[in-house]
Design a protein around this ligand. Structure first.
Ligand code: ASP
Length: 326
């Protein structure tokens, strides 16, 4: 890979909780550090925060009450790693990096991914917090926000940050105005001062999912794709929709062929809208960045926010485009 010109460091992340991680990682980039170090550092801070109910410790569990984590990291087609269904360790993005660096493989899953993490020196930690357990119990006994008949009793397609804003279930993590209470997959793209791009994507997946379900987040090309010659993209939202169009790969390939980041994301989201029978709570949002630091975000529906972080700090903003009115 050839090194590009000096760049202003930049971090672009999903959702309004991202400053927590991005502000911790920016000093690394500002000091001339590496984009991959920065995205893993940012993901780790967010994974370790038990008040974020869709990533790492404190993530909402599956239908059986077990928390399982998915993540991947990437800098290039020949430099990526992923883990799925991690249940004993809180930091799947860092574990995914070890898979990339210390094995000949790209993806490890399940118990064996946890065993690998233990061998690599990662410390086990209980992932289910009392808050998340309480949400699971509320969901089991009074799932007012889910049409159980339509979704065969389990599918909660609404994003957690949006659920927080729109449902306000009394006494739950979704109560109140949504400020800082619960959120979704963290997707992070970073450009370092050497012009190198990296990405990380980490999630506890869809809340109350069927045990064993793996979404888009840890799958290279779906939740995340990075190619230094074309750009980087990541996704959040209903993983099954993103998977159906290979969302992040599609966005990067569109940019390779000359699309701007916004045009590329709109193409991917437009395909989802055209090819799926969307229900009201389906949402997908994507971020994209070129090797030169041009970037954009867009979402299918209102409710998504991105975080952009420079040396000056983080700003939480609306996406550049929203494809459907609601
Ligand atoms: N994309 C994640 C998944 O489907 C969830 C999310 O971003 O809300 O697992």
């Amino acid at each position: 890979m050839t090194s590009a010109a000096q760049r202003e460091p930049l971090i672009l992340s999903t959702w309004s909780f991202a400053p927590l991680g991005a502000d911790a990682a920016m000093p690394l980039l500002a000091a001339g550090g590496d984009a991959l170090d920065a995205v893993v550092a940012a993901a780790t801070v967010i994974e370790d925060d038990p008040t974020i109910h869709s990533v790492g410790v404190g993530g909402l569990p599956d239908a059986e009450g077990r928390v399982s984590l998915d993540a991947c990291v990437m800098t290039n087609p020949d430099r990526c790693g992923a883990v799925c269904n991690v249940q004993r360790h809180p930091n799947p993005a860092a574990i995914a990096r070890r898979v990339m660096e210390n094995t000949i493989h790209v993806t490890l899953a399940g118990d064996e991914a946890d065993d690998f993490a233990t061998r690599e020196g990662f410390v086990e930690r209980a992932l289910l917090t009392p808050d998340a357990q309480r949400e699971w119990q509320l969901w089991r006994h009074n799932p007012t926000h889910i049409n159980r008949e339509k979704y065969r009793g389990w599918l909660p397609p609404m994003n957690v940050e949006e659920m927080d804003n729109r449902i306000g279930a009394p006494g739950g993590v979704f109560a109140g105005d949504g400020a800082g209470a619960s959120h979704d997959t963290v997707g992070i793209l970073a450009l370092d001062s050497h012009g190198v791009l990296a990405g990380a994507c980490s999630t506890s997946g869809m809340a109350f999912k069927v045990p064993g379900r793996v979404g888009d987040s840890p799958i290279i090309g779906q939740g995340l794709y990075v190619d230094q010659t074309a750009g980087a993209a990541c996704a959040t939202g209903t993983g099954e929709l993103i998977t159906g169009v290979c969302g992040s790969f599609l966005v990067v390939e569109m940019m390779r062929r000359g699309a701007t980041p916004l045009e590329a994301i709109k193409e991917a989201l437009g395909r989802i809208i055209a090819r799926f029978s969307l229900v009201h709570d389906h949402q997908v949002a994507m971020l994209a960045m070129t090797p030169g630091g041009e970037w954009a975000t867009a979402a299918i529906r209102p409710g998504f926010h991105h975080t952009v972080t420079t040396r000056e700090g983080s700003r939480v903003e609306d996406p550049h485009a929203v494809m459907l009115p609601e």
